[in-house]
Design a protein around this ligand. Structure first.
Ligand SMILES: *Cc1c(COP(=O)(O)O)cnc(C)c1O
Length: 496
């Protein structure tokens, strides 16, 4: 089946997948969505016998249907190789009555690697297919993990340039160090004097600036996005939910066709949307448990039908989820608004102009499979300590948000369905918060370097290469920009 894409806001349709990957965002500011969902034809039993790369091919070939088999297998084989430090790529670990799907075994030790290690291949292959000779400039706002993972993927890839914006005071020390030490002649990193939402909004505006696009075109450059608004980010993420299901089936935890629930620590709504897409193509998923930190705009949305970003932005120990405008929710809105692009565009207009929108009761019925709850900072700390004490398993603060919310869900509903929790970062990436939760008195006084060794002792998990690297790597990036100057900064970096 040939799957074509359209904009959630209606201006474009019939777009082949490779073109959607290249464009990133549609010309009307909407997000590309599949016009129809493909259906998985490979049996669950057959999937259970496959390795990660094979499952990824089965899933991604459904959505990225204008890539040839040879092209897609080339992308997959180069993405999911020894860059991952375990052969399973995304192993499942049982703890606290749930199955933790560890998505942090790639180069930058957070789940963004799952998609960003393949996106550069999908994009350069797409450029070749579409006879694009322009240099592709990736413009990305990051709440901490996307930026590093995108740069790791695109560093020194011929024909590309990458510019990353991160909130100066909104990322963890390890995240910051990982970014400012990034190698690669084509990488640029900018700290902005604002929060993630400011960065994301400004990046979307730069994308939407037609004059700038024309000026760039005369210089042989075009923009694209590595944010989760790009379907080239989203589709690779569908694969690991299918892989997790197949793994549970292989282990005999479930029988083929039994439902599983998934719990996802959520920020921009990309990861959980991928689970929703997995359900749409036929994976037996029951509840989609959306876990937020204290920035609980999505919890309120699922409970009331009102999305209201007009609230204080709270800095938490799970910075990659400190987000008030969850971009990928637009794709769900489109789907539950009967795939009506006019209605979707009106909701998004209301969000940008009034700061909120309210969905209809009919639409609310369509999201009954979602459950939303949040974890406070105290609850995050407590669950890290508790699961460590009971299971000797150490969670990072993002995954701990999910663990805490999953406990609440079980208490509230009594639902015993086997549940996969998306484990989105290595605890090493947030060593200070994690050790503080486990034993503040013992660990708080240590330096960052001492803490890595302490975490090794506590968890028994080897210090990842990503941490070894930043211990000695020199700082290469120190640009700081006001939000209002982001466009000028981009132009200067591209020599305009
Ligand atoms: C990005 C990120 C999230 C949030 O994922 P979304 O797809 O934006 O919802 C959660 N945890 C970690 C560690 C992340 O890097």
């Amino acid at each position: 089946m040939n799957i074509l894409y359209k904009s959630t806001r209606g201006a474009e349709s019939g777009v082949p997948s490779s073109q959607a990957v290249l464009n990133g965002l549609a010309s009307d500011g909407g997000l590309y969505v599949p016009e129809n969902f493909p259906k998985m034809e490979t049996s669950l039993e057959a999937l259970a016998e496959m390795n990660y790369r094979e499952v990824a091919y089965e899933v991604m070939s459904l959505f990225l249907s204008d890539y040839t088999e040879e092209e897609l297998k080339y992308c997959i084989d180069h993405a999911y190789d020894e860059k991952f430090d375990v052969p399973e790529v995304a192993p499942l670990k049982k703890a606290d009555d749930a199955y933790y799907l560890e998505l942090f075994h790639g180069k930058t030790i957070a789940f963004k690697d799952m998609a960003l290690s393949i996106l550069p291949y999908l994009m350069t292959t797409a450029a070749r297919k579409n006879n694009i000779t322009n240099k592709i400039c990736i413009l990305t706002a990051t709440s901490g993990d996307t930026g590093k993972a995108a740069m790791a993927g695109f560093a020194d890839v011929p024909g590309t340039e990458i510019i990353v914006f991160y909130p100066k005071d909104g990322v963890s020390p390890v995240q910051k160090r990982q970014m400012v030490t990034q190698k690669g002649e084509n990488t640029h990193v900018v700290a902005i004097l604002g929060n993630f939402d400011d960065a994301q909004t400004a990046v979307k505006q730069i994308f939407g600036n037609r004059e700038l696009a024309e000026e760039l075109d005369t210089k042989g450059i075009q923009f694209s996005s590595a944010n989760s608004i790009n379907i080239g980010r989203l589709i690779p993420q569908v694969a690991y939910y299918v892989y997790a299901y197949a793994n549970l089936l292989k282990q005999g935890v479930i029988k083929a066709g039994d439902p599983i629930n998934v719990t996802v620590p959520t920020g921009n709504f990309g990861n959980i949307l991928a689970a929703y897409y997995a359900k749409q193509i036929g994976l037996p998923v029951g509840k989609l448990i959306c876990a937020s930190n204290e920035n609980k705009v999505l919890v309120d949305f699922f409970r009331t039908g009102v999305y209201d970003r007009k609230r204080p932005f709270i800095l938490t120990t799970s910075p990659s989820m400190d987000i008030l405008v969850s971009s990928n929710l637009e794709r769900l809105i489109y789907f539950i608004a009967d795939r009506n692009t006019e209605k979707t565009a009106a909701f998004m207009k209301s969000l940008s102009e009034e700061g909120s929108y309210t969905i209809t009761p009919e639409m609310q019925k369509e999201i009954a499979d979602f459950y939303g709850a949040y974890a406070s900072e105290e609850e995050v700390s407590a669950v890290i300590a508790d699961i460590y004490k009971n299971d000797s398993y150490v969670l990072d603060p993002h995954t701990a948000v999910a663990a805490s919310v999953y406990r609440k869900y079980k208490t509230e509903t009594g639902d015993q369905t086997p549940t996969v929790i998306a484990s989105t970062a290595s605890p090493y990436k947030f060593a200070r918060s994690v050790l503080h939760a486990i034993d503040a008195g013992k660990f708080d006084g240590m330096t960052d370097m001492e803490q890595f060794d302490a975490l090794h002792e506590v968890s028994g998990v080897k210090v990842p290469d990503a941490i070894e690297e930043i211990k000695t790597a020199p700082v290469r990036h120190n640009t700081v920009s006001a939000v209002a100057d982001m466009e000028a900064t981009v132009k200067a970096m591209l020599g305009l």
